[in-house]
Design a protein around this ligand. Sequence first.
Ligand SMILES: [Zn+2]
Length: 271
Amino acid sequence: MDVALCTLDNYTYTSAQFAQLPFADMSEKRRSLVCPECSGPAFFRRQTRNGRAACFGARPHQPNCSLSVLDETRVIHGQGEIAEVIYNPGERIVVDLNFGAQQHIHAEPHLGPVRGGGRAGIHIGDNAANNARMHRRLSTLLRKLIESPDFRASQQILEVLGNEIQVRDFFVPLLEIQPHHLNSLKGFWGMLSDVGADQNGTIWLNSGGRRNISFFIDDDSFTQVCARYNINEEEDFAGAYILVIGEAKLAQSGKVYCAIQDPNMVCLRLA
Ligand SMILES: [Zn+2]
């Protein structure tokens, strides 16, 4: 996508024009970009050190948006993942927060407490006795959220950190957060606009402008996340999909934010 509309100044920029903006201006405006044709949320990524040109992308475009065919970042590569059916309402999904753990792709009958669950606090209720369950990592869940409207709307039961909740009630798109989503454990997912540090040096992962959620992450966790995804520059976050398990809060300023408490509570899918 060569052009994007900034909703702050209502101007349609080419990626070359946008790349020339002063830093502060760009930092502000890149959080308020949309596709000029379909108004899908858009991102800007500066030229990267490894030679990728500056570009715009939108995630997602509306179906039939003619600009989507020009959006080279729209393709989500399977990366050789095992094809699987996750939308199976008869099965429970146990969220596996132990990054790097072996993923069980078979459903299994409930025979007792799950061994080696990794994180403390995962409790499996006994009322699941007759249900098959499957363990899923965040990366798999994020992929299904991106690709499958059926999954997003699913009433399938999720077990996460001792909670049992329907899929459709647990996962919340970043741009659709409402007051009733605050202060309880949710899976927030969607596209990041950019990453940056504030004047105190705190790192924020932004999903858009001031009205949209931002995530903060401590330096240690940020380093771990960057290492996990081979990220060596902040531009790699622009347009990346993220899934964070956490509680969103409302700051006195009116800003919605969420702390990433643990690197295992976040996963990314890079643009
Ligand atoms: Zn579009």
